[in-house]
Write a new protein. Structure first.
Length: 202
């Protein structure tokens, strides 16, 4: 079966190969797309080397969650899709989807510290995988909440699948630098409505 996998990117040169290989190991027919916010590192060249489609979007060098929400809510209409950040790796495979009767995959999130050790983080649970031919997610800002609409009956997956958040996978220094980067790029509107407080707290 074919699946479309969509990621949102800014300066993710280290994460792109992990994200790509994670899903290549689990699906035989994948269409990868990265929405790139004009990265200044090697993200675009690395993605192109991996034959990933690149769609660039401009937010005047600011992190603007309104644009991220717009991207997540694209009407893909192409069967099952996975839509998320590049550090979100959903632990399911082609066989799992083929065996499922649901059109939205339930997840249980973990903050991962290496390839096999993680800590449960219920605040990071997300519905990032769904059948876009019948489901419209209507994500809220951040992608954690949504107002699902469906052309047919909404059916949650029988199983709950682990969603691995890999933001700690490269160590503390990497994580701290990423938080500083997001804090520096945060658009004033995001701050005014209280989005992204974690980047300023940590």
């Amino acid at each position: 079966m074919k699946i479309k996998i969509v990621g949102i990117c800014y300066n993710e040169e280290r994460m792109i190969p992990l994200w790509h290989d994670w899903y290549k190991d689990r699906f035989s027919d994948i269409e990868f797309t990265i929405y790139d916010n004009f990265s200044t590192d090697k993200s675009v060249s690395i993605a192109k080397d991996l034959s990933i489609e690149i769609i660039q979007f401009d937010t005047n060098n600011k992190f603007d969650d309104r644009k991220h929400r717009e991207i997540r809510n694209t009407n893909f209409n192409c069967g099952f899709v996975i839509v998320g950040d590049l550090d979100e790796h959903l632990n399911l495979c082609e066989h799992d989807i083929e065996q499922e009767v649901g059109n939205v995959i339930r997840t249980r999130a973990y903050d991962m510290f290496d390839s096999c050790e993680g800590v449960r983080n219920m605040h990071m649970d997300k519905s990032i995988c769904f059948d876009s031919s019948v489901i419209t997610m209507n994500y809220d800002y951040g992608g954690h909440n949504n107002l699902i609409s469906s052309k047919t009956a909404l059916k949650w997956s029988k199983k709950v699948y682990e969603l691995h958040h890999q933001k700690y996978i490269f160590g503390e220094d990497y994580y701290v630098e990423r938080c500083k980067m997001y804090a520096d790029r945060f658009e004033e509107w995001n701050k005014s409505v209280g989005h992204g407080f974690i980047y300023f707290k940590e």
